[in-house]
Design a protein around this ligand. Sequence first.
Ligand code: EPZ
Length: 457
Amino acid sequence: MNPSTSLPDAKLAPQADSSVLQIWGGHPLQGHVKISGAKNSALVIMAGALLCSGDCHIRNVPMLADVEKMGQVLSALGVNVSHQDDILDINASSITTSKAPYELVTQLRASFFAIGSILARLGVAQMPLPGGCAIGARPVDLHVRGLQAMGAEVQIEHGICNAYVPGGGRLKGAKIYLDTPSVGATETLMMAATLADGETIIENAAREPEVADLANFCNAMGAKIHGAGTSIITIVGVPQLHSVDYSIIPDRIETGTFLVAGAITRSEILLSPVIPDHLIPVIAKLREIGVPIIEEGPDCLRLLPAETLKATYIETLPHPGFPTDMQAPFMALLTLAEGDSIINESVFENRLRHASELNRLGAEIRVKGNAAFVRGVPMLSGAPVLGTDLRASAALVLAGLAAEGLTTFQGLHHLDRGYDRLDLKLLQLGAKIKRVQEIPTPELTSNGSNPPVTTST
Ligand code: EPZ
């Protein structure tokens, strides 16, 4: 096994302009991959830092375009943000405005969650609606209804969510039931409740590990949150929160993505740091498909080559069910399983768009409503493919690792939003992959041949 090698220092997440990924499939991976901090913790913890009137020193922050964008949102609010490698220092002692920038919030759904912390700190917040995206309408009605239950007046006009506490006082503790165990709504309301007057109870709360990570971050600042990670969370409001030094949990979805990368290329790889308890449905499903996974020590997984991949049934559910963010990568894997698999996407209403792109690589997938019927094929063949959202893009890259010949992936802006240098980490594992500047197909030369067009960047 290759010794684990550190990634070259990257000061900023790569800027995906018109670059594409060229992937030559059929090569096994080997070695150790270092898992970065969790994207869906980092973004909401950055919003949580607004609750603090002191210094927040946050470690194990992944290198992502979304983290940079969230930093711009905080800076626009007058917050002091400095970001060096995987360390973020945030000081929100002076927030100069409660109005978040429209063009940034509409691009980054997680920034909307900051409405809870801004309202808790200032008693007023103007937050642009995040809008829908490729995977669904993604409304914020549960966030709004919860804030109203805590005494906020909320009006939505011209695409802006205007919220304020009448009389300029504090939010009030309330008992809130969420129709859906929404991750974002749970996080928004938990943050709002940390500085409210009295006790808040959130019932049917989301149980994702990132919710518990946010609660641990807030408690490290002096908040009083109990039950995070279960479906009933109790928060007793406190007057203010103090400075904190906090390290973010490893990214379970990045871990799952690399587990699938190893499985689809029939490789043996080592992954750390990981928290196996955050991956129970993912590990169980991979083992059911026939992929051996060994827990080596408290924070390390070893994946071994599968003899054959067996078809299975997957239904995405809120945690601790099978995570919707792993649905697309597993669809890529199941295109090469023996037999017919069924995947039911029950969390988002439009999260199967990668099926048609996988079919371009020779897969046999039929989509009907929120279900995908995947007939396993012996081989995929490389082709140009287009990513439609973050996890769909990852699925296409994984399929490219197994497809025969060259796959050209377009959509790096999706990938760089949510994965910490995925292509570099795959390269370190031995994948034949490179990020190239796509040059428009040149005019034919005089003798009718196409000159060589790509150089590695
Ligand atoms: C978070 O999104 C994650 N994003 C998503 O990860 C993840 O897929 C999702 O949770 C589910 O686990 C971040 O944490 C930044 P939800 P969120 O509210 O909070 C409906 C990725 O790829 N709903 O749990 O937006 C909603 O429409 C991203 O990393 C309402 O109806 O998801 C959806 O059907 C994608 N009203 C369901 O709940 C609301 O007010 C679950 O959404 C809120 C949500």
